[in-house]
Design a protein around this ligand. Sequence first.
Ligand SMILES: C[S@@+](CC[C@H](N)C(=O)[O-])C[C@H]1O[C@@H](n2cnc3c(N)ncnc32)[C@H](O)[C@@H]1O
Length: 216
Amino acid sequence: MSPSAGARVFAGIADRYDRLNRILSLGRDQAWRARVVARLPAGRLLDLGAGTGAANPLFGDREVVALDPSPEMLALDDAPHRVVGMGEALPFADASFDAVFSAYVFRNLESVSATAAEIARVLRPGGRAGIVDLGRPRHRVLAAMHRGATAVVLPLAGATIGARDEYAYLHRSLDRHPPPEELFADTALEVVETWRMGPFGFVWGAILTPRPMARR
Ligand SMILES: C[S@@+](CC[C@H](N)C(=O)[O-])C[C@H]1O[C@@H](n2cnc3c(N)ncnc32)[C@H](O)[C@@H]1O
């Protein structure tokens, strides 16, 4: 599988990604990740779309495997096991992880349903997936205001690190997917819990488990 447009965007900004992420989230991006990690079981964890490994300090003594299609992002990740690959075709055995974590990745995937099927396949019985991503506020008026703001703020912020186009892409990607309850409706994963975070609730967290019929 060749890297998606989403993966190519990050390859070009790997060295500046964490800094701008922290500024744009007003320092909250790690707290949003932490609320998901706190709900995941111990044991072997797959960080899907791990990027630079920003979540590594949150994983405690879990055995972490970091997967990302961008070698440039993974080169900055200090996880002990790093694998170049895509969520849509995970190079791991069935039932080989206790938990799958994925932060700010789902907007960039080629296929949510293929990735959900792969997550369901690699989770052991009783395993959980935890996902955090950005979208739009639920309320129509707040969503319109948020859309207007990100259209201006994100390309400008991107320009400060020489990545205007990449951050214009981030603005467009925020409209790409519906909220988690709809996003996973017809997939191999079912939502156990979901919640909103950040200004106007434009950040969502979700805990998922394989649907019984997703297991062979
Ligand atoms: C916004 S970054 C998030 C990185 C990291 N999870 C974090 O919390 O900072 C999105 C990451 O998703 C990766 N990505 C893009 N397409 C992907 C795919 N199809 N499967 C897995 N990861 C993908 C990109 O290479 C990039 O590293």
